[in-house]
Design a protein around this ligand. Structure first.
Ligand SMILES: [Zn+2]
Length: 124
């Protein structure tokens, strides 16, 4: 029985040249575009992961243990990106901490920032 190859884009049976991968230029172009979309999504994930990792490192450096208060500008000058964090923790008082993995911060008045460590009780 002759093995029939199929177009990976549309499933049509391929005819003609055996080295052809797609049934048509249109299918080849569609597959190419899908690859590019996929890659740009992966790139976005990688770049955000890098930002989150840097944010965490900067919080750790600014506050190796316990609570530390610093200024927003100090963190920003060091390269901190306040747009990105991994999760939030809302206290009973209604304060919302933003976390980058196991280090978090609370934005205070006058552009101050309180840096904290993740605590087990924050799990709930
Ligand atoms: Zn096709």
């Amino acid at each position: 029985m002759k093995e029939e190859k199929q177009c990976p884009q549309c499933g049509n049976t391929l005819s003609g040249r055996s080295d052809k991968r797609f049934c048509s230029n249109q299918c080849r172009a569609q597959a190419h575009n899908a690859d590019r979309r996929q890659n740009s999504g992966e790139q976005l994930i990688l770049s955000i992961n890098a930002i989150l990792r840097r944010n965490r490192t900067l919080l750790k450096q600014a506050s190796p243990q316990g609570k530390t208060t610093t200024y927003r500008q100090v963190l920003e000058m060091a390269g901190f990106d306040f747009r990105h964090f991994t999760h939030t923790y809302r206290t009973k008082n209604g304060n919302t901490y933003q976390f980058c993995y196991d280090y978090g911060y609370l934005l205070l008045e006058e552009e101050k920032v309180l840096i904290v460590n993740w605590q087990p009780y924050m799990e709930k």
